[in-house]
Design a protein around this ligand. Structure first.
Ligand code: CA
Length: 650
């Protein structure tokens, strides 16, 4: 029999009888019990499957090889009697006469670099108290997401984290850290508790391929958007990547420590592609899990060489099984979908329903990038902006319209936005305030679906962007009062927009990457949070902290109800100023209404307040005025240059 061509595989996989025969809804992967472990692998096109067992995750003796037996629906299985915890294994899968050695796509643990899978008794990898760990209850009004990579969080020696834990999961568990251990300036978890963000979004923590776990990390750095094992935590963030159980325990300790601080964990998931074509999915069922061009070759909608075929039923099941696994076994509080536009709407909505069915699952956040990374072969119902109305209203999107309106486009460093005085941009800022629910820019949606932000790991940091707009040759580490005011204005806008506010870690202390707009493989030094800057930029940190708290005190800004944006009343102020009033909703709020003005001009402007007695909550520089006895204003008010000024109706 001649080997199938890629185009023939495509025809087979897109054929209804193939799925009728091979669709399987049961468990896959290792099923551990103390008395024995069952391994199940979905490989409907395989002619033979064997498993090889090892003592170690790398090297060492082979313990033996066992054949798997083919059962119904293309599932192969083998029963391994006795205690198997800690045993490593690989499969040899023969398809069309070609045998490929591979890890288990459903592996829950793995050896160094994720090459060999490991059988694990998850109960034995639970840190103490794990059974009491629960997802914190975070009301919508308190949602603010802070995005960081595990490595960047604590790599800096000034972080006060013990050397062995710097850049690792365990850094999140160290309590009371301060800058150079000075006892004064909080860092890491200690800092986050004060800042008031209620979610930490972690850049990839699944096992990725671009960092060699067997080598010292000193000269290696990568963000990790290159998955190798979707259900295994990354090894380089553990204190010992050679022992498969260590990374699981330490990843869980990190999550438990954040939960104990009242902070939820959003996991950045990248099912949209894999690092290599030789990966456990493609080695098990060649071509099935990846979208194909008409000639059968891999489509590249991710820009990384392949793209996940979420519309194929067993691929969809794989992705949803993985989400459920992280939610159940790691108590993950939310998922951020990289290149969400590469998934079909049905997959996203089915994933939402599956998470909703878990205890407390409706509160698990889901949002993603509503775009793709290249030309995709997904031609219908992509989970992108155009199809927003088809997505469940608890699936959100990163709003590039809001981002670009406030600080200017990402791709042209010099292009200004509203905060840098771009003429005519006030109209878009008004759209952003109402989460684009009153605009025809986006299809119908709930305001809570809009992730409002101005910086994330991709593209320039906000600070670098502001300087690139202002100067031909910016000095990124110099102090700059004008850029600082623009930074405060930008934050003052998106933190008063309806929706879910989101920020890149360090935006609140003018984080700089010295003008590098894509630092995914730059040095650890360039990427790491420079904790000294939290002291140098203390005023800006306090400004963010004040606004996050103010937002919590006025829950209507975070309302999920699509009617709420219509309650925003825009004031007749002179362009490019923007002014608006939002009455408090049914939920208890600290003020009867909010009144907000944005002024991007270099000079002061006088505006008229609506009728009533207005407490000055933030004057554009100090955003914690609302916490004390502050000025009460009526009539006219003089806005400082380049500022966001906020009032609350008494
Ligand atoms: Ca890895």
């Amino acid at each position: 029999m001649a080997a199938k061509t890629p185009a023939q595989w495509k025809t087979l996989f897109e054929n209804v009888p193939f799925h009728r025969e091979n669709y399987y809804t049961g468990p896959l992967g290792p099923d551990y019990t103390p008395g024995g472990t069952c391994l199940r692998l979905w490989a409907p096109t395989a002619e033979a499957v064997t498993v090889t067992l090892y003592h170690k995750g790398d090297g060492g003796a082979v313990l033996g090889t066992e054949p798997l037996v083919r059962g119904a629906h293309g599932v192969w299985s083998v029963w391994l009697p006795g205690e198997q915890h800690g045993r490593y294994y690989t499969f040899a899968v023969t398809v069309d006469g070609i045998t490929r050695e591979t890890g288990d796509p459903y592996a829950r643990a793995a050896g160094v670099n994720g090459v060999r899978s490991m059988i694990v008794d998850l109960a034995r990898t639970a840190p103490s108290g794990w059974e009491r760990d629960v997802r914190p209850n975070i009301p919508p009004a308190q949602r603010a997401v802070w995005e960081v990579s595990v490595r960047d969080f604590s790599q800096d020696a000034a972080s006060g984290v013990r050397p062995a834990w710097r850049g690792k999961y365990m850094a999140f568990t160290q309590q009371g850290t301060t800058l150079h251990s000075d006892g004064i300036h909080p860092t890491c978890l200690n800092y986050l508790k004060r800042l008031g963000v209620k979610y930490v979004q972690l850049m990839p923590i699944f096992d990725f391929g671009s960092v060699d776990e067997a080598k010292p990390l000193l000269r290696q750095y990568n963000w990790g958007y290159d998955p190798t094992n979707f259900n295994v935590p990354e090894g380089s963030y553990s204190t010992d990547p050679t022992r498969g159980e260590v990374r699981i325990r330490e990843c869980r300790e990190m999550i438990a420590a954040l939960h104990a601080a009242g902070i939820g964990v959003v996991m950045d998931v990248v099912y949209n592609h894999t690092y290599r074509t030789e990966n456990p999915l493609n080695s098990t069922v060649p071509y099935y899990f990846f979208r194909q061009n008409p000639d059968g070759s891999f489509s590249n909608g991710s820009g990384c060489g392949n793209e996940f075929a979420s519309e194929r039923p067993m691929a969809r099941k794989y992705m949803i099984d993985s989400l459920l696994y992280w939610a159940q076994e790691y108590h993950i509080d939310g998922f951020r979908f990289d290149l969400m536009g590469l998934y079909d709407v049905d997959t996203m909505n089915t994933a939402r329903a599956a998470l909703d069915a878990l205890p407390g699952g409706r509160d698990i956040l889901m949002y993603g990038e509503p775009w793709q990374g290249g030309g995709s072969q997904l031609h219908r119902y992509e989970a992108n902006k155009a199809n927003l109305a088809m997505l469940n209203e608890r699936i959100g999107i990163f709003c590039d319209d809001t981002r670009d309106a406030i600080k200017g486009g990402c791709f042209n460093a010099r292009e200004p936005g509203y905060a840098e005085g771009k003429p005519g941009s006030f109209w878009d800022v008004g759209g952003a305030v109402a989460a684009w629910c009153r605009s025809d820019r986006l299809p119908p949606h709930a305001p809570s679906q809009i992730v409002s932000y101005v910086s994330a790991h991709d593209n320039f940091t906000l600070w670098d962007k502001l300087l690139c707009v202002r100067y031909e040759r910016p000095e990124f580490t110099a102090s700059d009062p004008v850029a600082l005011a623009q930074n405060r204005l930008a934050a003052g806008i998106y933190l008063t927009c309806m929706g879910i506010p989101f920020l890149q870690a360090g935006e609140e202390f003018a984080r700089t990457k010295k003008g590098e707009d894509n630092s995914y493989a730059s040095s650890a030094l360039l990427n790491q949070l420079d904790w000294k800057r939290t002291a140098a930029c203390q005023g800006l940190v306090e400004y963010y902290r004040g606004l996050i708290g103010l937002r919590n005190a006025f829950p209507r800004l975070s309302a999920p109800d699509p009617d709420t944006p219509r309650a925003v009343r825009f004031l007749p102020v002179e362009a490019p100023l923007v002014g608006w009033v939002l009455p408090a909703g049914p939920e208890r709020a600290a003020w009867k209404a909010l009144c907000v003005f944005y002024d991007p001009l270099a000079e002061t402007r006088v505006v008229s307040l609506p009728e009533g007695r207005w407490k000055l909550l933030s004057d554009g520089t100090s955003s914690t005025l609302w916490q004390g006895e502050s000025t009460v204003c009526t009539g006219e008010f003089s806005l400082p240059s380049c500022s966001a000024v906020i009032f609350g109706l008494l």
